[in-house]
Design a protein around this ligand. Sequence first.
Ligand code: CDV
Length: 312
Amino acid sequence: MMRKLITAAAQMGPIAKLETRADTVGRLLEMMREAKGRGCELVVFTELALTTFFPRWMIEDEAELDSYYETEMPSAATQPLFDEAKKLGIGFYLGYAELRVENGVKRRFNTSILVNQKAQIISTYRKVHLPGHSEPQPGRDFQHLEKRYFEPGDLGFPVVKGFGGNMGMAICNDRRWPETYRVMGLQDVEMVMLGYNTPFGHVGEQAMDSLTLFHNHLSMQAGAYQNATWVVGTAKCGNEEGSKMGGQSVIIAPSGEIVAQAVTVEDEVITAACDLDLGKRYKETVFDFAAHRRPEHYGLIVERTGAIPPKS
Ligand code: CDV
């Protein structure tokens, strides 16, 4: 029996600093309609899909910084996405900057939501692995100040029932960490959705920069295979305000094979018919965790705390 979920990754080209939310949401709506036209029940948008990638700049004016965040979801600007999703009967993953005020204190997260075909938010995730710095670094054309503008997510990596399967989310840098997939793999995840903004030149080492696209796929394909799950990775890409970002959005099967890949660095919809039962082939054989995974032999301290003890 097949549990087929026709899924789209809606890659996004650059968003200019002055592009309005209405314009950006208009681009997302167009891709949502294209995905539905191709029979999709789910469309995965990217990380921080509503604005330019603002952590590349040091922003000292608080009102200006706040203007990049959503204080509610849906907001007036994003309501059309929910309305269209309901009308079309399609779900979506959306990344955005979240600003909450708790006891008079502002809290900022790099967040994604999963919305079902009835336009209900069924899961919220807040990015755990925040790359970059909290202070501007000298000698850089572009900063990467995610550590300044966000705090690490406080919701873990939830896996929820939806779209006929077990659905999980991650955001950008999370995809490089095996823990991301494994924490969801241990919850029997069947599809991990993630968006990313990956600027070239971030590391500052030419030899590593030339491997940016390779490492992008390497980490997602390994995560998919080792946890027997689909992975949908959606880029924001192209030349955004002078910062060049990688594309190659992908849909990856539990075998680790790429089954769909974007070929532009612009708005582009790619799709695949994802059989959510495909992971069973691996979960019942080579990656049968109960039969073969041996945490009790990994070392007690690692298992209890996640920490590797220093060698004495
Ligand atoms: N938005 C990101 O998390 N970007 C990081 C870059 C800075 C390395 C990434 O892992 O793609």
